[in-house]
Design a protein around this ligand. Structure first.
Ligand code: GRG
Length: 342
């Protein structure tokens, strides 16, 4: 078994990239009972999540009308509106609000990150990738619509994400952000999802699957940081940029997001071995069956939980420079990711 991972990679000043329905999905993932961490009890996190998720869901619904050709828009809507937890768009809105911008300003980047997340799930589930049958509690896109349409639905969502983010008309006319902020967001997002980001994570994951020996921990961390953390990081960074955050604020939030991004995947690894498919809404135990390297496999369940605690702590430290009350949503979102049940 490998030794415990360290946070050294995460404390680098800046990550170099070169190297059923919505409300029930959100509510079901909020931990109950003693696992709910008692930070800032005056902040109603559940109400916050439900209201932000509802706003995101309404906007997603409007963003993909059932235009012609009807079948492709049906496939896009099928996966997009299937009831994900909406963690990424909510992070985007929370970061925008912390940076001083209103919720409405964050809706275009929030939609963009959720669309790209959904496209990555559709493509990840394809027979040529993970070949999965179940996603967000329903048959995967290619099972419901066939492989060609699933590929195209993913492509169309990726393209639509950039269109929404870049079009000044996506933003409320009285709040339109300066073009420089929009341009910077487009550039950041493109870098996060391309061959230095999300795609890099997927490629290294594919290359590491089926090897006779275990993947070393630094490679596992590379995969998790690129495959999962990038999009959570992009969500927070885009929200902070569009919201008008200063450069030091954006960088602090980037570090916060990198920690919760890795935390998200460590928890995902833990849930895969501790929950059922029904509880998760996707195939559980898949990592074990496919002999995939995960944190529990490399360092054991207990050490994985300890590492998750460390990442959660490190994430919150990045928020200490901000106003305590305004940072409450991001503090709670870190806990939500750490203690989520699906
Ligand atoms: C971006 C061009 C391009 C290609 C994508 C297929 C691929 C390359 C990458 C796969 C990325 C992937 C599927 C990572 C897994 C991330 C993850 C932990 C997903 C689960 O996220 P949740 O739990 O899901 O937030 P919900 O359904 O709640 O949104």
């Amino acid at each position: 078994m490998a030794s415990s991972p360290s946070l050294s990679l995460l404390s680098a000043p800046r990550w170099k990239l070169s190297r059923r329905k919505l409300s029930s999905a959100v509510a079901a993932a909020i931990p109950q009972g003693k696992e709910t961490v008692k930070t800032m009890p005056e902040f109603d996190f559940k109400a916050y999540m439900l209201s932000k998720a509802a706003a995101v869901n309404r906007a997603l619904d409007l963003a993909v009308p059932l235009d012609e050709p009807r079948r492709i828009h049906e496939a896009m809507r099928y996966s997009l509106l299937a009831g994900g937890k909406r963690v990424r768009p909510i992070l985007c809105i929370a970061a925008c609000e912390l940076a001083g911008g209103p919720e409405a300003l964050a809706i275009p980047p929030a939609l963009a990150v959720e669309m790209i997340h959904t496209m990555s799930l559709i493509h990840d589930d394809l027979p040529c990738m993970d070949d999965d049958d179940l996603r967000r509690g329903q048959p995967t896109c290619h099972r419901a619509f066939g492989e060609p349409l699933a590929v195209l639905a993913g492509d169309a969502l990726l393209s639509l994400a950039f269109r929404i983010l870049s079009d000044p008309k996506s933003y409320p006319s009285d709040l339109s952000p300066p073009p420089s902020r929009i341009l910077r967001s487009i550039s950041e997002l493109a870098r996060y999802v391309g061959s230095e980001g999300l795609v890099a994570g997927q490629v290294v994951d594919i290359e590491s699957t089926g090897l006779s020996e275990s993947v070393p921990i630094d490679r596992l961390e590379y995969i998790h940081l690129h495959k999962t953390a990038v999009l959570l990081e992009a969500s927070v960074v885009l929200g902070a940029i569009i919201g008008g955050g200063s450069d030091p604020q954006v960088e602090r939030l980037r570090r916060y997001a990198r920690c919760i991004g890795l935390l998200f995947q460590v928890v995902d690894d833990i849930l895969d071995v501790t929950k059922s498919s029904q509880e998760l809404g996707k195939t559980a135990g898949k990592d074990l069956v496919s002999d995939k390297t995960t944190y529990p496999k490399l360092i054991g369940l207990e050490k994985s939980r300890e590492f998750a605690e460390e990442l959660n702590h490190e994430a919150k430290q990045q928020l200490e420079e901000f106003d305590r009350e305004k940072a409450a949503p991001l503090v709670h979102l870190a806990n939500y990711i750490a203690y989520r049940q699906k």
